[in-house]
Design a protein around this ligand. Structure first.
Ligand code: MLT
Length: 219
């Protein structure tokens, strides 16, 4: 499939030198403008690539179809993750941003956006090698990811009593990631679905740490 960037609504602004490019992925009913505002709170120097989910459910934007809350159309998850990886590849080329090992890209998703970020990274870690997932869960149901996960770094931020991203699914996610030798950091706070102030604080700390670890190389 060829991706027509002009036909896929998205926001883009370049990163300051040495700063990451955040692939910001909104939740159900959100949009690219609303989630792009999160970048300011995470890293004011960061660039922003914020596309809009291409599925609609009762007028709400989403990233993939679901059969019920928390019950995903698994074929659609895979197709949409592949499509998002193609969008990212096309956008990086078009905006003149490095891909591959030098890519500064970090996916940051909330809820349904976290789930597509995780699905895309677990199918295409060479395109999306790092993920910050706010209120995310295991996106593949009873299936396994299709790619080797050892190049992935993931930060999972979840509420302990989140009915939409239940702990059993988060634990399955961690098991698959760790089993695939991905680097996983997990923060569980009190409360439910959402992005708490403490989540933003933890995400900033993780981003700072990644910049420190990866030294002078761009993230
Ligand atoms: C999903 O559908 O990805 C999750 O249930 C979260 C959401 O409702 O967006």
């Amino acid at each position: 499939m060829t991706i027509d960037l002009a036909a896929w609504p998205h926001e883009y602004r370049p990163a300051a030198p040495g700063a990451p490019l955040l692939l910001l992925l909104h939740g159900t009913g959100g949009n690219e403008h609303e989630i792009a505002a999160l970048a300011e709170n995470l890293d004011p120097d960061a660039g922003v690539l914020a596309p809009r989910g291409r599925v609609t459910e009762n007028g709400m934007n989403r990233w993939f179809r679901r059969l019920a809350e928390g019950v995903f159309d698994l074929d659609d998850v895979e197709v949409r993750a592949d499509e998002l990886a193609q969008f990212v590849t096309a956008a990086l080329a078009d905006y003149g941003v490095a891909g591959g090992a030098a890519s500064p890209l970090i996916a940051v998703g909330f809820s349904n956006g976290a789930n597509i970020a995780l699905a895309t990274a677990m199918r295409h870690p060479e395109v999306v090698p790092r993920v910050i997932a706010f209120s995310g869960m295991y996106p593949f149901g009873d299936r396994e990811p299709a790619a080797s996960l050892s190049a992935l770094s993931v930060l999972l931020l979840n509420g302990a009593s989140d009915p939409m991203a239940p702990r059993s699914s988060v634990e399955r996610l961690i098991g698959v990631l760790v089993g695939g030798e991905a680097r996983v950091s997990r923060i569980e706070r009190e409360g439910g679905h959402g992005i708490a102030e403490s989540d933003v604080f933890e995400a900033r700390a993780w981003l700072d740490e990644r910049r420190r670890l990866e030294g002078s190389r761009q993230l």
